[in-house]
Design a protein around this ligand. Structure first.
Ligand SMILES: Cc1ncc(COP(=O)(O)O)c(C=O)c1O
Length: 308
């Protein structure tokens, strides 16, 4: 069978596979109805006078509403403090800027931006005898987590797009939940000594350029708490978050794309990840996209196969 450009189905598939293999990033689809919500937002609404309390009123509401919105995935009841951040990137900058301790990551496939802009961590799986879990294919099991060092982890994981249980650790944890909003309702087990939890709207909602993030902490944030006292954050961003969580459920995008994800995965023999735009495969053809040590799962971003 040939398509209108004269390419056989086989040639088309080969072309797509080459594209998926070449693509190292996580990209996300955009959504018409998210665009509609943005169109309705009036930037002038948040032209508040700093110190008037209006911005704090909005942020307090978003803090509360977001807790409720995300509660079936992440229970934030032990995190009394909340701050707006310009995406998780900003939260990571501020964490690295204020972090004085040596820190660690779970595996080599972890999101490497904190390291790129900050200090170099140790990696828990960099120990002889570490192996991958045959069920989950997660590497670094059993991880030798140093209980004295802060552990940076992304759940769902940047390594393969899956929600996983890091197990019982008493290490202080910096938990990156950027991919929440791209999964079904599935609980993330928050390690008991988690200090900070980061959320973003870049992924599930395609709002990469709006820089929308929230940071929840157990103790006042070393930098954001000072800024919060001066109502120093992006007021329009807070309003956008409010509009989003009022208009969409936390698992809405997953429900919308899951069938398509399964279809694509069946066609290309991928294993669907918990995040709807990611998949994994052990096919050596995609070896370039393997991220973890002692793990032969390559992470594939299937967004190029969704209609924009
Ligand atoms: C695990 C993880 N955390 C954070 C980010 C950055 O998120 P944001 O756009 O909210 O700054 C990314 C982007 O790829 C990511 O994969």
């Amino acid at each position: 069978m040939e398509n209108c450009r004269g390419l056989s189905k086989h040639m088309q598939d080969e072309r797509i596979k080459r594209k998926l293999k070449a693509y190292p990033w996580v990209d996300v689809p955009r959504h018409e109805d998210v665009l509609d919500v943005l169109k309705k937002q009036d930037l002038s609404e948040t032209y508040y006078k700093r110190g008037s309390g209006e911005a704090t009123r909005d942020l307090d509401k978003v803090e509360k509403d977001y807790r409720e919105w995300v509660k079936d995935i992440v229970d934030l009841s032990e995190f009394p403090y909340c701050y707006f951040s310009n995406g998780t990137t900003d939260a990571l900058h501020l964490w690295q800027l204020s972090e004085t301790r040596e820190w660690q990551t779970l595996c080599y496939g972890e999101y490497n931006y904190p390291e790129a802009i900050g200090t170099t961590p140790t990696v828990t799986c960099d120990v002889e005898g570490q192996y991958m879990d045959p069920e989950t294919h997660r590497s670094a099991i059993p991880g030798s987590i140093d209980s004295t060092k802060p552990l940076y982890i992304s759940i769902p994981s940047a390594a393969d797009g899956n929600i996983f249980d890091v197990g019982n650790t008493s290490a202080p944890v910096i938990l990156d939940c950027t991919y929440v909003g791209s999964t079904q309702i599935k609980r993330i087990k928050v390690p008991k000594n988690t200090e900070q939890v980061f959320f973003s709207f870049s992924k599930g909602f395609g709002l990469i350029g709006q820089r929308l993030g929230l940071v929840y902490t157990k103790e006042p944030h070393p930098i954001l708490d000072t800024l919060k006292k001066f109502e120093n954050w992006n007021y329009a961003g807070v309003k956008t978050i409010e509009l989003l969580i009022n208009n969409f459920k936390v698992d809405e995008m997953w429900n919308r794309y899951r069938e398509k994800q399964l279809e694509i995965c069946k066609q290309y023999n991928f294993k669907p990840s918990d995040c709807f735009f990611l998949a994994t495969t052990k096919d050596p053809y995609y070896a370039k996209r393997r991220r973890m040590k002692w793990n032969d799962d390559a992470r594939i971003c299937i967004t190029p196969l969704f209609d924009d």
